[in-house]
Design a protein around this ligand. Structure first.
Ligand code: ATP
Ligand code: MG
Length: 573
C-alpha cells in the first residue's frame, strides 16, 4: 500500500503555459505532461515521470549493447585539455568544447563533448596485444556541448545523455564486423523504442574517415534533411547524397556568344533579373584556393557547390573560397564577374554544366557578362563530376526520384580508422610481433533525443501516445467518484493486483471531474487506461481503453487484469 503510485506525487502541471520560443511538439508536451523542467538554457531537469521514460530508454540501450557483446565502463566528464591537444581536436571542436576557468589548483580542464580521446588513452594503457582484440567498450553518460542556440527542447541541449561506444580491432575486416554488430544493435534499439527510423549514408564530419551511417527520424522538428528514393532503395543525409547524372535536354538553336554590359549586377539573382533569364540558365563560377593554387568550380546558377565532393574529386584535402585579390588575379576583373570563357586555371565543371546551352556567365571583365555561352564551343570542359548538393527534382543513382524530408538524428555509427590511435599512439603487437595502431569505430546514441523523437513521431492533438516499451507507466487507473467506498476499494485492488504481477501502474485518485481527468490521461499518454466509476461498478464492470483506440471494453475488474497481462507482456519490448 505504501508503494502505491499516486498521481499527486507526480508534477503534472496540466494548465501550465509553455514558453513560446520553444516550438516543437515534443517540447511542449514534455513540459505540459510534467516530464521536464527547464533549469537553464539547454539544461533540463527530468521530473519523476520524464525520468521513468529516460530510464526505460537507457535500459533498452544497455540491454542491446550487452547483447551485442559490448562492455560497459564509465569515464569522467572532466577531461585534461592535453588529451584534446594530443588529438588536435581543441581547434576543430572550437566553441562547442566547454573549458573550465583555470584555478590555482586545477588547470586546463574541459567538459567532455564525446570521449574518443579518453577511451584511446585507456586503450593504449591496457591493450597491447592483438590477443586482446576485438573489444567494444561503451558508457552511458552526460555530455557537454556549448550548442549556440539550443531551441528545440531536449532535442538539442548543452548537457545531454549519450551512449557512446568504441570498438578496437586489429584490421579492417575486424572493424567491419564490429561496426555491423553496432549497426544491428542500433536498429533493435529504435525498433524496441517504437521509433520509425531510417538509416542513411552519412557525411563523416569533424571526425574524419570513411563509412558512416546516421539513424534519422523524419519530423518537422528536425534540423537535418535526408533524401530518400521513391523505390526505397536509397537513403542519405542531404550532405552526402549522390544523384543520377542529369539528361541533356538538347538544343538545335545555338546562339552566338555576346558580351552584355551589366553594371553593378553580380549576384545570380541580379544578373538573371537583368538579363531576363532563369537562374538555371547561368553558369556560376566560383574561385577556390586549394593547396595554394586557384581551383575553379562551375555549377548551374540554381545549384550549390558541395565543397567536400569538389575537394575529393580534385584530390586535395580541402578547398577554401579565394580571397578578392586571388579572384582579381585569376579573372582580371572585380569579384562577381568570373566566367569560364578564356579562363586560365584548373576548372572543374559539375555534370549539369556540361549539358547547358546558350548560358550566361561572367565575362572576366568588370561590369560585363556574356550570353549565348555553349560548353565545347566557347570553352572546353576537361574535368567534370558531381560536385554539387542534391536538390528537389534530382534522382537517386538508380534513377528513382529523390524526396527531401526534415529529420532528427538519433544515432550515428562510424568507422573511424586510426585517426586517434595514430595521433595518440595506441598500438598493439600483431601476430608477427609488429607494432600497429588499432583500428577504431565509434558509435553514439542520443538517449534524450530518442525520448523526444518518440513523442514527435507518436502524438495526437490530445497528447503523447507512448509505445508500451518506453511508457512511464503501462496502465493508468482513473478513479471517478473517489468518495465512493467501492470505487476506492476496486481502484486500489486493481492497482495492487497489477503491480504484484509486474505491471507499472499509476493511480489517479484525485477528486476532480471525469472530463478533466480523461484529458490529463490523454496528455501523459499511458498506453492503457482503466476507468473505475460508481455507475460501472453498479453493473459489475470497469472500462478498459487503449490510448490510441476509441473502443472501450467493459469487463469485471478481475477480467480486466486477466486480459491486460498478456497484452502488456506482448507489447513490452
Ligand atoms: P547534430 O548534428 O544533431 O548536432 P552530432 O553529429 O553533433 O549531432 P554526434 O556527435 O554524432 O552528433 O553524437 C551522437 C548522438 O548524440 C547524436 O546522434 C544525437 O542523437 C546525440 N546528440 C548530439 N548532440 C546533441 C545535443 N546537443 N543534444 C541532445 N542530443 C545530442
Ligand atoms: Mg552537433
Amino acid at each position: 500500500m505504501g508503494a502505491r503510485m499516486r498521481w499527486s506525487q507526480y508534477f503534472i502541471p496540466t494548465t501550465k503555459e509553455v514558453p513560446t520560443e520553444a516550438v516543437v511538439p515534443s517540447h511542449q508536451l514534455m513540459i505540459r505532461a510534467g516530464m521536464i523542467r527547464q533549469i537553464a538554457a539547454g539544461a533540463y531537469a527530468y521530473l519523476p515521470l520524464g525520468y521513468r521514460v529516460l530510464q526505460k530508454v537507457t535500459e533498452i540501450v544497455r540491454e542491446e549493447m550487452n547483447r551485442a557483446g559490448a562492455i560497459e565502463l564509465h569515464m569522467p566528464a572532466m577531461h585534461p585539455v592535453e588529451l584534446w591537444q594530443e588529438s588536435g581536436r581543441v581547434q576543430t571542436m572550437g566553441d562547442t568544447l566547454i573549458h573550465l576557468p583555470d584555478q590555482p589548483w586545477r588547470r586546463g580542464t574541459v567538459l567532455g563533448p564525446t570521449h574518443e580521446e579518453i577511451i584511446t588513452e585507456i586503450a593504449r594503457a591496457y591493450i597491447n596485444s592483438y590477443k586482446q582484440l576485438p573489444v567494444t567498450l561503451y558508457q552511458i553518460q552526460t555530455k557537454f556541448r556549448d550548442e549556440q542556440r539550443p531551441k528545440s527542447g531536449v532535442l538539442r541541449t548543452r548537457e545531454f545523455l549519450m551512449k557512446d561506444a568504441y570498438s578496437f580491432d586489429l584490421n579492417q575486416a575486424g572493424l567491419d564486423v564490429s561496426y555491423q554488430k553496432m549497426y544491428d544493435a542500433y536498429c533493435r534499439i529504435y525498433q524496441r523504442s517504437g521509433l520509425p527510423y531510417v538509416a542513411v549514408e552519412a557525411e563523416s564530419g569533424a571526425m574524419g574517415g570513411h563509412a558512416s551511417a546516421q539513424f534519422m527520424v523524419a519530423t518537422d522538428a528536425g534540423e537535418d534533411y535526408m533524401v530518400r528514393s521513391d523505390d526505397g532503395s536509397y537513403a542519405a543525409n542531404v550532405e552526402r547524397a549522390e544523384m543520377a547524372p542529369l539528361e541533356d535536354p538538347g538544343c538545335d538553336d545555338l546562339k552566338p556568344l555576346a558580351e552584355v554590359h551589366t553594371p553593378g549586377h553580380s549576384t545570380i539573382e541580379q544578373v538573371s533579373q537583368f538579363l531576363g533569364c532563369r537562374a538555371q540558365d547561368l553558369i556560376k563560377t566560383i574561385i577556390y584556393q586549394a593547396d595554394g593554387k586557384p581551383l575553379v568550380a562551375l555549377v548551374r546558377g540554381d545549384h550549390t557547390v558541395h565543397e567536400g565532393k569538389l575537394a575529393a574529386f580534385a584530390g586535395v584535402a580541402r578547398v577554401e573560397p579565394a580571397d578578392p585579390d586571388l579572384i582579381r588575379q585569376v579573372t582580371g576583373a572585380e569579384v562577381g564577374f568570373a566566367g569560364p570563357v578564356g579562363l586560365e586555371a584548373r576548372v572543374i565543371a559539375d555534370q549539369a554544366v556540361t549539358l547547358m546551352h546558350n548560358a550566361a556567365t561572367g565575362a572576366n571583365k568588370t561590369d560585363y557578362h556574356v550570353t549565348g555561352v555553349n560548353p565545347g564551343r566557347d570553352f572546353q570542359i576537361t574535368e567534370s563530376a558531381d560536385i554539387r548538393y542534391a536538390v528537389e527534382g534530382d534522382r537517386a543513382p538508380n534513377g528513382s526520384p529523390l524526396r527531401f524530408e526534415k529529420c532528427i538524428e538519433v544515432g550515428h555509427v562510424f568507422k573511424l580508422g586510426t585517426k586517434y590511435t595514430e595521433s595518440m599512439k595506441a598500438h598493439v603487437l600483431d601476430e608477427n610481433g609488429k607494432s600497429v595502431p588499432m583500428i577504431m569505430g565509434c558509435y553514439g546514441i542520443g538517449v534524450n533525443r530518442i525520448v523526444a523523437a518518440a513523442i514527435e513521431a507518436r502524438h495526437d492533438e490530445n497528447g503523447i501516445c507512448w509505445p508500451m516499451s518506453i511508457a512511464p507507466f503501462q496502465v493508468l487507473i482513473v478513479a471517478l467518484d473517489v468518495r465512493d467506498e467501492s470505487v476506492r476499494a476496486t481502484a486500489t485492488w486493481l492497482h495492487d493486483e497489477l503491480e504484484s504481477r509486474g505491471v507499472e501502474v499509476l493511480l489517479d485518485d484525485r477528486d476532480a471531474r471525469p472530463g478533466f481527468k480523461f484529458k490529463d490521461a490523454d496528455l501523459i499518454g499511458v498506453p492503457v487506461r482503466i476507468t473505475v466509476g460508481k455507475r460501472g461498478l453498479a453493473e459489475g464492470v470497469v472500462e478498459v481503453k487503449k490510448r490510441t483506440e476509441d473502443e472501450v471494453l467493459r469487463v469485471a475488474p478481475d477480467e480486466a487484469v486477466a486480459r491486460l497481462l498478456p497484452l502488456i507482456e506482448a507489447e513490452r519490448s
